[in-house]
Design a protein around this ligand. Structure first.
Ligand code: DX5
Ligand code: ZN
Length: 216
């Protein structure tokens, strides 16, 4: 399967959100990645459900929602109503992860689980069968434009081994500091979906940049 590209709206020009979403619609992007932050789990606040709701009617690609918030289980209904295709929550804030994953799927969405850079992939041994995607953070969550953490390449390969060994087809998405070089290495290690924020939106020709990432 050809890998997917999920540009992160966090790096877009919020004053011209409609043009930015139309650019995504006209590009080779597979999904639009939307980062919700609460200022508690991560040291930043991004945007919330009203922005997802505003984007929903014009977006022609699946919405990939990454929640960097405590108690994400409280907002499953809101995320589904905002039009999310994939709801991804953090392992670190989910003591009843199996219950939350089941509730996300019952709400009609795909379920993803995210690991922070220091969290080992073996933590997922007993939940990986139940989820559609693992999101590996390749920066500490909270901000766009950070430097890629090198260890993420080897970690991606270890997660891919686990998924293959179990005969699953769980997707691996990687988020943070992705560009042509880091993206290529992640794909070689087994990544299926690349999230890219600043590398796409701050480039002089985002449509062309997305095309090049898609052709990696
Ligand atoms: C960071 C977010 C990312 C961010 C990536 O906490 O989860 O999705 O937008 O931005 P870049 O690609 O600039 O590192
Ligand atoms: Zn993200």
């Amino acid at each position: 399967m050809k890998h997917k590209i999920a540009p992160s709206l966090l790096a877009a020009d919020f004053l011209h959100l409609q043009q930015e979403v139309e650019m995504i619609n006209n590009s080779d992007a597979d999904w639009l990645h939307m980062d919700i932050m609460d200022g508690v789990f991560v040291p930043n606040i991004s945007f919330g459900f009203p922005v997802l709701e505003a984007v929903k009617p014009i977006l022609k690609k699946p919405m990939d929602v990454h929640l960097m918030i405590v108690e994400p289980q409280k907002f499953i209904r809101e995320v589904a109503a905002a039009g999310a295709h994939m709801m991804t929550i953090h392992y670190e804030v989910s003591p009843h992860l199996h219950r939350t994953v089941s509730a996300i799927k019952d709400a009609g969405m795909k379920a993803g689980v995210t690991l922070n850079p220091h969290m080992p992939v073996h933590l997922l041994e007993d939940i990986i069968h139940d989820i559609d995607m693992v999101l590996l953070m390749s920066v500490n969550p909270g901000f766009g434009g950070q430097t890629f953490i090198e260890h993420s390449v080897e970690k991606t390969a270890r997660l891919k081994d686990m998924i293959t060994r179990k005969g699953l087809n769980t997707l691996i998405e990687v988020d943070g500091g992705v560009n042509m070089q880091t993206g290529k290495r992640l794909l070689t290690a087994g990544a299926d979906v690349l999230v890219t924020g600043s590398f796409v939106f701050k480039s002089s020709n985002p449509i062309q940049t997305i095309k090049e990432l898609k052709n990696l």
